[in-house]
Design a protein around this ligand. Structure first.
Ligand SMILES: C[S@@+](CC[C@H](N)C(=O)[O-])C[C@H]1O[C@@H](n2cnc3c(N)ncnc32)[C@H](O)[C@@H]1O
Length: 390
């Protein structure tokens, strides 16, 4: 495909996304109905769509309108390029810009320039303080690719060497002793031997950092209550020798956990997947991890649609769900045990305020530590609080 044809495809997909369809679904539909598109074309179109979604507001202002065509026009203008070089109408390229389109659009200012939803800007500004603009600016660009080295199976240096043998360049990252930042050929990781043999997993460095903060002792019974695909369960398992802790995974959606057994086997660790009714039957646990559903504001580089879909109503709903999960899971924690509360949110309402409300309602609990990371530390934005039952 020519660069123009790729842009035309991205415009088509973006229009469907703007009409309410999820980007992933649209990209899959597009790839299925355009079999001539090779893997490089698919990657290029995907990158254009996600770049456009991360900067939807600023590119719309540059392009003069909120349509796929105007947003892609804005993408070129934002980079100091002339969209007319691509919008030629030749071959499968988008048709040339009209006089009207050429006259529209200007450089965005203020919140538009930062691609922050207007309604959320005051809250984020209050919560991030002087980091507000730097963090929002970082969220406009693509997330780095990080790996977690399975330290039960290899060392970080050996993993770097094994990756290099497959032309994947990675370096140690200081957010976690297990974290690697991939600097060359990140897209080869999932088809690599190092990955297939369980020496590395794809996991954000801040996600590794928050998991590192969870205290684990020999013989501990650990419940990952919102396990999803098992990222935290696997990271916890890899911190201890095989069999040293008993790990249980649960999620309200059993379907989301479908890959956990395969991933656990690849990593050579044991994770027991529980049905909801089995959670109470297996209680108490020494450690309960609640990686709760949240706004995802710390991870908007990876999932930019979430930034534009979030509303105050949804945020209120999420904070209620988080409080309910804490209230429920505290009952599963043994005396002297720990509840680890995690989010990938930058918002105080989902982080420190949840911890304050929990402690106010539960005088037999203490907060041992809490920390919020922003993307300025390198990874996604994450929050971790370690709560201990007396
Ligand atoms: C942030 S994701 C978890 C990500 C996962 N821990 C990982 O590291 O890959 C939040 C998860 O919470 C689950 N969830 C939502 N409401 C829940 C509830 N009331 N009880 C248990 N899990 C819930 C969602 O299905 C989702 O998989």
């Amino acid at each position: 495909m020519t660069p123009g044809a790729r842009v035309a495809s991205a415009i088509e997909i973006l229009d469907a996304v703007l009409a309410g369809d999820p980007a992933e679904k649209q990209l899959t539909t597009w790839a299925r109905s355009n079999r001539y598109a090779g893997s490089k074309d698919r990657v290029a179109v995907r990158d254009l769509v996600f770049e456009a979604l991360r900067c939807k507001q600023s590119f719309s202002v540059w392009g003069g309108e909120q349509t796929g065509r105007a947003i892609l026009t804005g993408l070129f203008r934002a980079q100091g390029l002339d969209p007319q070089d691509v919008f030629t109408g030749e071959g499968y390229a988008p048709k040339p810009l009209s006089e009207e389109e050429l006259a529209e659009g200007h450089a965005p200012q203020g919140h538009d320039a930062l691609d922050v939803p207007e309604w959320l800007a005051p809250q984020l500004q209050a919560d991030l303080g002087e980091d507000f603009a730097p963090v929002l600016t970082l969220l406009q660009s693509r997330a780095p690719v990080f790996l977690r080295v399975n330290l039960q199976a290899t060392t970080r240096d050996a993993a770097i060497a094994a990756l290099a043998a497959e032309e994947i360049v990675a370096e140690a990252h200081d957010l976690s002793p297990s974290a690697l930042l991939v600097t060359k050929n990140p897209r080869r990781v999932q088809n690599s031997k190092v990955f297939a043999e369980g020496y590395v997993e794809l996991q954000d460095a801040a996600s590794q950092f928050v998991t590192d903060q969870i205290p684990l002792k020999n013989g501990a019974r650990v419940l990952d209550y919102c396990a999803g695909g098992g990222g935290k369960s696997l990271a916890l398992a890899a911190r201890m020798p095989k069999g040293a802790v008993s790990l249980f995974a649960h999620d309200i959606s059993h379907l989301r956990m479908r890959d956990i057994p395969v991933r656990a086997e690849r990593a050579g660790v044991e994770v027991k997947v529980l049905e909801t009714v089995e959670v109470a039957q297996n209680a108490p646990y020494d450690v309960v991890v609640c990686d709760v559903p949240c706004s995802g504001s710390g991870a908007w580089r990876r999932a930019p649609e979430g930034k534009w879909a979030l509303t105050q109503e949804r945020l209120d709903e999420l904070t209620s769900i988080q409080a309910e999960i804490l209230a429920k899971t505290k009952e599963y924690v043994s005396k002297g045990g720990v509840l680890a509360f995690l989010t990938c949110s930058l918002l105080r309402a989902e982080n420190e305020a949840q911890v304050e409300a929990f402690l106010a309602a539960n005088s037999d609990w203490r907060c041992m530590s809490q920390e919020r990371l922003t993307p300025l530390a390198g990874g996604d934005g994450f929050f971790v609080a370690i709560l201990k039952r007396a």
